[in-house]
Design a protein around this ligand. Sequence first.
Ligand SMILES: *Cc1c(COP(=O)(O)O)cnc(C)c1O
Length: 406
Amino acid sequence: MSDLFQEQLQALRAQSLHRKLREIGSAQGPEIEIVGRQLANFSSNDYLGLANDPLLRKAATVAIKKFGVGAGASRLVSGTQSPHVALENALTKWKRTPAALVFSSGYAAAVGTLPALASKHDVIILDKLSHASLIDGARLSGATIRVFPHNHLGKLESHLEWAQRELPEARLIVVTESVFSMDGDQAPLGELVELKKRFDAVLVLDEAHAIGVLGPNGRGLAAELGLEREVDVQLGTLSKALGVSGGYICGSRALIDWLINRARSFIFSTAPPPALAAAATAAIEFLASAEGENRRLLLWKRIVRLHAELPAAEAAKGTANSAIVPWIVGDEQRALDLARALQGEGLLVPAIRYPTVAKGAARLRITVSAAHTDAQIAQLGGALRRLTATGYGWDAAEPRKSGVGT
Ligand SMILES: *Cc1c(COP(=O)(O)O)cnc(C)c1O
C-alpha cells in the first residue's frame, strides 16, 4: 500500500505537482515567520488584516470565558448557542437579506447547499473556473452538470436553452463566483441576472473573494451593482476578508429554513466554536462601521499601488478588479522557481498549480491586504520587475496558455 502511494507521489514530483505544507510560526498578518525567518506575506486572503485584529481577539476571548471552546453538537441538536444566533442576525443586517445560515466553512456551505437545491432531475450550470467546493456540491447533488467557458454568456445561454428544451421539468441552477479566486476577475453579474430571469433559473453567487473588498461596507459585487435582490442564493465565507472561519448562505427565510432541514453538511456536523462565531460577528460589525469602510478603501489604495508596481507587461493586462493579481507563467516548475526566488528575497507569494488551476496555467497568486505597507508593496514590485528583466519571468514572445475555456 505504502509503495503504491510512493509511486503516485513520485509521479506528482515528476510533474512539478507535488505539494507540501509549510509551518508558520506566527499569527497571520502582512508579515509572517517561516522557520525563524520573517517574510512579507502576499499569499493570504486576509484582505483587511482582521485575522489577528485586537477587536476580533477580544470578542473571541470574551466568548470563550462564557461559552468555552466546543459547541458540543450539531446546531439542530444542542449546538445553537447565542453567538451563532447573534452572528446570523449580524449577517442578515449587513447583507440586507431576510435570513442567513452559518456553516463550519465556506466549503461546507457549498457542498451542503447545492445538493439541497438540486436533485438528479435538475440541471446545474457552472462557470468553468468555479471553486472546487461548488463543483463538489454540484456533483453530490446528482443533478445533470453543464459547464460554460469562463464568463462566456453565449455558452451559458445555449446550455439554458438546451436544458429548457430537453428537461422542461428540471429546476435550472446557475452557479458562479463574483470575484474568481485564482484569476481575480469579476463575473458579468448584470448579464447573468438578465439570463437567469429570462430562463427562470436560480442564481447561486459565491462572493468569497468579494466580501470585504467590493460594494458598500464590503457587502460584495451584488451590492456594488445594486443586484442583491436578484441573487437567490448568496454564498460567502467568514474566513477570508472577515478574518475568521466559517461559511454562510444569505437569502430568503424559506431558503434558510429549507437548508436547516436539508443541507447535510449543516445537519450532520458540529456547530462552529461559539468563540469563532463571536469573532466573526465582531468582524461584520466592523465592516458595517465607518471605520470598516475606511479599511476597505485603504485596501483599494494598496491594490492600486500594487498595480502601479507591476512589471509593465502585467500592468498592461487590465484594471484592478479585486485584491488578487495572478501572474500566469504557464509551466508548473517555472511557477515554483519564481516562488522560490521571491522567497529568497523575503517575499511569500505562492505558486498555484493544477488541480487548483488548469494544467499549463500555473501562476503566482499575489494577494494584497490593507495591512501591507507601501514599502512592502514596493519591495514586491521591485523583485517582480527584476525577475522579469532578468528573464526569470515568462518570455514575452512565447504563447501564454490560459485556463480559460479549456
Ligand atoms: C475559499 C473559498 C471557498 C471555501 O471557503 P472556506 O471558508 O475556506 O471553506 C468557497 N468558494 C470560494 C470561491 C473560495 O475561494
